[in-house]
Every structure is written in structure tokens, then in C-alpha cells.
Write a protein that binds this ligand. Structure first.
Ligand code: ADP
Ligand code: MG
Length: 728
């Protein structure tokens, strides 16, 4: 017979397998039908307006007010044909989600009757009140207005009955209040710097695109069980819970067959994504039980990132139709793998050349080596800046833990490419190369394509791995907006490429031949970036020691990492590079400190509530049963019971011990919070939360998890790990 608890849990479960009808059409027939894409623009816009919009898209310019009315008219007609009644400027404030404020397509016409209205001014700009979004002190109450303005490079789309217009979000004073504005600047910067360098090789290169292919990992749990876990609901992760006897040790979930209920959800999700023009392609089970992954075909970074944010939204919405809750938190469960979002990143030219793919001839390979080595140095110099964009209150549970990339930033190249670089260092002397040396080197370089085909033994422990024709930054968190990392990375590379160009130009000026000047600079870059190049096991303890010897940083403390956003080097890259003003950058760090504090604060409050109101009362109840039992034994057996009840009494003592530890540590937690809360400086407050609040949560959890093993299963008030991870 099923136990009451089991029955209660399974009653709670939604277990929905919806009666779904998937489109009978082929993907190619419905792909992008909810997007105001090129096809829709051609149909709904006047030819002259269409041409001007295309030009704005090409140049990344804001739309000119003179054509905004014409664009809006076409967009409105298209939207009305699709049953749209509202429009919204869809933007990316410095929170974890996107924001939208809906306005109806409605106004009074000249004759007082209601009409559908959507004009150029509505398309081009909206004025949401900025005062409720994080600004890091930039926004004052007397200038609370914020502006959103259409980013023409990302097409409008329809969600439900709402037309969504991707926008940037800036303050009244012109400061960026979002993730998109600096990202667009960084992409522009890397375009410009990379084109300048490409010009050494090919005058036809006039534009360099930055590409992103994200791999989104996530967990699914039954919605009913989720509702019974206040910690999951409020913080996105379990703050307690003993490991299940089985978790991922049999390695039977990864790439295993997808459970039917999950497959239905995935199919539903894919169809919706494809209607939204998001090229989702790959899906599979991940390592941990109930963990999955979704990946699209890569796209230009800005669009790819909008698509990722949209996918996270769509996932959350659709999961509910299937009785699931999506967990995007980096570490929802202790003891099993966490979730990341690998950022596959590359640069490509308007002439169709992937700058991270070795060419077919020596010249192409010199181009490849130029970009490879510049990225290496950029990441080496910017390791702390890069980390500061991805290490936060949630990702801190994953980075540096055993199954995730370590907090040390290193680059994997693979043995062949590594020895290639070594041979360049050895062969290209600072002096002029002999013709034989050149030939040998060029032959070696010419062999690269074949070499790299064999180079598929991918090292999964590297946070920044070269994977044949792209880099894969694996430390990004599953819940993150990739824009943070992409802004830093592209800005860093832009900065480095500018420096490279200046150095090469200086050599050419001195009379050195162009190719040789480039070779010499590449050689310097290889030597300079050597410390960050590591092909070994990034999870090992030896690497930690070795990395320290090499002078690489290993920052795991979140506030300390946030401080790296505003170092001299960060300012050189971001402020001198024109991505942020100094004020914007300082404000961003402030926002991060604040976000960290608030998240830990919410977790600390939640765990306090859970232990005092759920766990301790349950433990006491069970303890009372034991006490009654001991008393009863004594009553009927007298002195004989003394030895027979020894183990019961031992258990009673253990429970008491745990309860009293939980109570006193929870009190300490409250005190630590109180002490931290009065600190005015956001930076110091974040440190207080990191150093004094967070450790206590782990200590409390330890005792709760011990109690879970002791207390009668029937009485335990929360769904357990085995249920959350294996019920589906
Ligand atoms: P993995 O084996 O690492 O899971 P996949 O083949 O699934 O790799 O690809 C992961 C992501 O990398 C996909 O989104 C894919 O489109 C993307 N990708 C492939 N080539 C490039 C490239 N040149 N630049 C950026 N992303 C790329
Ligand atoms: Mg990958």
C-alpha cells in the first residue's frame, strides 16, 4: 500500500501529458511566422521605406523619425493580421529577466470613435518609469524617466496577442540602464577593430560579425512538487535536502531516452521557438536526473542573445502547460551537476570567412593565428573582468565546484595547435627569418586544417576552450543574460586588436615587411599568453597550484570578483573603449553588489522560515513519538527497558542536538543579517553577506539534512531530492 506521504505527493503532482496537436506543416512552412522579418517587411512596407530600414539594420543605426511612421504603419497592418491588440517595448533591465509594459493599439479617432493606433512615435520610443529598475545610483528620483528605443537589428515579434519590439533602455540623462546598450557598443567596437586588422589580409573585408551559439541547460520538476518547496519557489534552488541514494553516479541520464512527458514539452517548446524564428536544433538529456539541454544554430550575438532571453521566457510559460516548472538556477540541487550556458563564440567576415577557422593556404592561416593569439592575450589580460561578468550569487554554487568549470580562467587549445604555437615561438626569431624558416613555418601552418579535424578530444574541464572553429566559454550561468559576458569578451578582444594593429603598424613604419611584422607580433602574443594556456585537467588540485604559480587568479568570492569590474584594466577596456562611461561602469558594479546581497538575503530569510516553521516542529513531533515509546517500554517492562531503549534514547539525544544547533545557528543568521543590513556601503554589505551570512546557511543545512535521515519519512514536510529528481 502506498504510504500517505507518497499518496500526498503523487496527488500533488500534475502528471500532465497534454493532448497536444503539433502543426502538420513542415518547419520551413511555419518558421518565423511570428516575426516581422524580411519577408513580412517586404510585404507590408513601402519599397522606399523597406530600403531605408534595411540600411539602418546594416549600419546598426537607430531608425530615423522621418521613416518611423511608415515602418509603424506596415508593422501595425502585419500585427493586426495576426490578431495583435497590444504592443510593448521589450527590454533588458539589469535584473534577471526581460521587462515589458503593454499599451493597447487603441485611441480615439478625430470623430471620437475608437481606432487602432500605432504610430512612428510609439515604435521608436517609449518612456517607462525607470525608478523601479536597478540603476546603481544613476537614477535620481527627480529624473526617474527612462527611455526605450527600438533596436532595428533585432526584429519585432509576437507573443500571444502582443507585438514585442526589442529595445535598448537608457536613463533620462543618457546612461545605459540595460544589458543591450553596452552589448551593441561592444559588437560595434569589435567589428571596427577586427575589420582594421582583416584589412592587412583582404581589402574586401568591410564588416566583422560576432556570433553566439548558446547551449541552455535546465532542470524540469513537477509543478505540484515545486509548489511544495518554498525554497525552490522563492530562491530557485533547494536550500536543504539530503542526497538521494541514486543521483547521477550510474551516468545513465546523459543522452538517455527522453521521457515522454518531457518530450512533449520539448516539442511544444521547439514549435513555439521556430514560429518565433529561433533556430533551435539540438535537445538532449543532461548529466543530472531531470536535467536537459536545448541549443539553437548560432546567430549574430545580439540576435542570439535576444533569442536566448525569449527562449527562457517561453520555456517558463510553456512548462506550466505541461505541469512542469523549469529551473534555470545554476545549482538547484546540491550534489548533482549544476546548469550552465556554454557560449560558443566566433568572429566572421562579410566575405564569409570564420576568423577562428584555419584557412586553406598560408595566408589564411596567418589570419587565423592573428585572431587566435589576440583572443588568447585578450582573455589573459581580462581574466578577472571576464569572470566578474559571470560570477554572481547563483553561479557561485556552480563555478569551482567539482563538475563545473573552475573559477580559474584558462584556455584549452589541444595538443596539435599547442605544438604549432610552440614551433612558431621557436622558429620566428625577432630578427629576420631565413627563407627556409619561413617555408617550414608556412608548411606547418598550412597543415592546420587537417590537424584540427583530429583535434576533437575536447577537454570538458576548460572554462574557455578552442573547439576547432570557435571558442566555447563554459562558465556562463544557466540563468544569466549572456550579454554581460559577450560585452566583456568582445570589448576585450576589440581593445587587444587595436593594440595589435598599432604595434604592427609601428613595425611596418620601421620598414619591416607586413607579413613578417605580423609574425613577430603573433610570436610575442604567444609568449605573453602562455600562462593562460592549459590543456590539462582543470578540475584537479594540481592545476590550482600550477595556476597560482603561473600568476593566474582564482577568485571565488563574489564581491571580490565584482570589484574586478572597475579595475584599471577593466576601465581601459570598457571606458577607453567607449563601451561604458566611468559612471555607468561604477553603477553597474553597484548594481551587482546589491543584487548579490539581496539574493543571499532572500535565501537566508527563506531558510530561517523553513527550519523554524517546517523542520524543527516536525523533528520535535517525531522526537515525541520516540519519547512516548521509551516511556511506554519503561511502564510495561520496568528496569529491563533501560538497556533495551538505549538506542531510542540515543536517537532522542541526536535529534535534540540537531534541533538546538539549528535554533542557535538560525539565531546567529538573523543577527548576522541585522548587522549586515545597517551597513550603508553596498560593497561592504555584500562582503558581510558573503563572509558572515552565507556560511551559516550551509551549517544549518547540514543539521537539517541529518534530521531528514532520522525522521519518519511519513512526517517529512518537504518533497525530497529523490522525488524532485526522479518523479516525472
Ligand atoms: P557541443 O558538442 O559542444 O554541444 P554543438 O555542436 O551542439 O556542440 O554546438 C553548440 C553550439 O555551437 C550550437 O549552438 C552551434 O550552432 C554553435 N556553433 C557552431 N559553430 C559555431 C561558430 N562558428 N560560432 C559560434 N557558434 C557556433
Ligand atoms: Mg558545447
Amino acid at each position: 500500500m502506498a504510504t500517505l506521504r507518497f499518496k500526498a505527493l503523487t496527488d500533488l503532482m500534475t502528471k500532465k501529458v497534454p493532448d497536444m496537436k503539433f502543426p502538420e506543416k513542415r518547419v520551413s512552412e511555419f518558421y518565423g511566422e511570428l516575426v516581422f522579418n524580411d519577408e513580412a517587411m517586404k510585404r507590408y512596407l513601402q519599397p522606399s521605406i523597406y530600403k531605408m530600414v534595411k540600411q539602418c539594420i546594416e549600419n546598426g543605426d537607430l531608425i530615423d523619425r522621418s521613416i518611423a511612421d511608415g515602418v509603424a504603419a506596415g508593422m501595425k497592418a502585419w500585427a493586426l493580421d495576426h490578431g495583435v491588440v497590444h504592443y510593448t517595448h521589450w527590454f533588458q533591465p539589469l535584473t534577471d529577466t526581460t521587462a515589458e509594459k503593454h499599451d493597447g493599439f487603441i485611441n480615439y479617432g478625430p470623430d471620437g470613435k475608437v481606432i487602432e493606433e500605432f504610430a512612428g512615435k510609439h515604435l521608436a520610443q517609449q518612456e517607462p518609469d525607470a525608478s523601479s529598475f536597478p540603476s546603481g545610483g544613476i537614477r535620481q528620483t527627480f529624473e526617474a524617466r527612462g527611455y526605450t528605443a527600438w533596436d532595428v537589428t533585432s526584429p519585432a515579434f509576437i507573443v500571444g496577442s502582443t507585438l514585442c519590439i526589442p529595445t535598448i533602455f537608457i536613463s533620462y540623462t543618457g546612461d545605459a540602464l540595460d544589458y543591450k546598450t553596452p552589448l551593441l557598443k561592444a559588437l560595434h567596437a569589435v567589428d571596427k577593430a577586427a575589420v582594421d586588422v582583416c584589412q592587412y589580409f583582404d581589402k574586401n573585408v568591410t564588416k566583422v560579425y560576432s556570433y553566439l551559439g548558446w547551449e541552455q541547460e535546465y532542470f524540469l520538476v513537477d509543478e505540484g512538487l515545486y509548489m511544495a518547496r518554498p525554497d525552490l519557489m522563492l530562491t530557485g534552488r533547494t536550500l536543504m535536502g539530503h542526497l538521494s541514494a541514486k543521483n547521477q553516479q550510474l551516468e545513465d541520464h546523459y543522452f538517455g531516452s527522453i521521457p515522454e512527458r518531457v518530450a512533449y514539452f520539448m516539442r511544444d517548446l521547439e514549435v513555439e521557438c521556430q514560429r518565433l524564428g529561433i533556430p533551435v536544433k539540438t535537445r538532449h538529456n543532461e548529466v543530472a536526473p531531470n536535467q536537459f539541454e536545448l541549443a539553437p544554430i548560432y546567430e549574430e550575438v545580439n540576435l542570439a542573445n535576444d533569442h536566448n532571453l525569449l527562449v527562457m521566457d517561453v520555456m517558463k510559460r510553456l512548462a506550466k502547460h505541461h505541469g512542469f516548472e523549469v529551473l534555470l538556477h545554476e545549482k538547484p540541487f546540491a550534489g548533482v551537476n549544476g546548469s550552465g550556458k556554454h557560449n560558443n563564440w566566433s568572429l566572421g567576415t562579410n566575405t564569409g570567412v570564420n576568423l577562428f577557422a584555419p584557412g586553406k593556404n598560408p595566408k589564411g592561416n596567418l589570419l587565423f593565428l592573428t585572431f587566435l593569439t589576440n583572443v588568447m592575450v585578450a582573455v589573459y589580460k581580462g581574466q578577472d573582468l571576464l569572470r566578474s561578468t559571470i560570477l554572481n550569487a547563483t553561479n557561485t554554487h556552480r563555478l569551482g565546484a567539482n563538475e563545473a568549470p573552475p573559477a580559474i580562467v584558462s584556455i584549452f587549445l589541444g595538443t596539435q595547435l599547442s605544438s604549432m604555437l610552440n614551433s612558431i615561438v621557436e622558429k620566428v626569431s625577432d630578427a629576420k627569418m631565413t627563407p627556409e624558416e619561413k617555408t617550414a613555418l608556412k608548411l606547418g601552418v598550412g597543415r592546420l586544417p587537417e590537424i584540427l579535424i583530429d583535434n576533437t578530444d575536447r577537454n570538458r574541464t576548460s572554462p574557455f576552450a578552442f573547439t576547432g572553429d570557435r571558442f566555447e566559454f563554459r562558465a556562463v550561468g544557466s540563468s544569466a543574460n549572456c550579454a554581460g559576458a559577450m560585452t566583456a569578451l568582445n570589448s576585450m578582444v576589440a581593445c587587444q586588436l587595436r593594440e595589435f594593429k598599432a604595434n604592427v603598424d609601428a613595425l611596418i613604419e620601421k620598414g619591416v615587411k607586413k607579413d613578417e611584422a605580423i609574425f613577430q607580433e603573433i610570436r610575442k602574443l604567444i609568449i605573453e599568453s602562455a600562462p593562460i594556456h592549459f590543456d590539462g585537467n582543470g578540475y584537479s588540485d594540481e592545476w590550482k597550484e600550477e595556476a597560482a604559480r603561473r600568476g593566474l587568479t582564482n577568485i571565488t568570492c563574489v564581491p571580490e570578483s565584482i570589484e574586478q569590474m572597475t579595475t584599471a584594466h577593466a576601465k581601459h577596456v570598457l571606458v577607453d573603449g567607449g563601451i561604458f562611461t566611468e559612471r555607468e561602469l561604477e553603477a553597474r558594479a553597484e548594481v551587482e553588489f546589491e543584487k548579490f546581497t539581496k539574493k543571499v538575503q532572500i535565501e537566508a530569510r527563506t531558510i530561517g522560515d523553513l527550519v523554524i516553521n517546517h523542520i524543527v516542529p516536525t523533528a520535535l513531533e517525531y522526537q515525541n513519538i520516540l519519547i512516548k515509546n521509551v516511556k511506554g517500554m519503561k511502564e510495561i517492562m520496568g528496569a529491563e527497558a533501560d538497556s533495551l531503549t538505549e538506542s531510542e534514547k540515543d536517537l532522542i539525544r541526536k535529534i535534540s542536538g540537531h534541533i538546538s544547533e539549528i535554533r542557535s545557528k538560525t539565531q546567529s543568521l538573523i543577527d548576522a543579517r541585522k548587522e549586515a543590513n545597517v551597513i550603508e556601503c553596498e560593497r561592504e554589505k555584500a562582503y558581510a553577506y558573503e563572509k558572515n551570512v552565507r556560511p551559516l546557511m550551509d551549517e544549518i543545512r547540514y543539521h537539517v539534512d541529518k534530521l531528514e535521515l532520522i525522521v519518519d519519512n511519513e512526517m517529512w514536510p518537504l518533497p525530497k531530492y529523490r522525488e524532485l529528481l526522479f518523479f516525472r
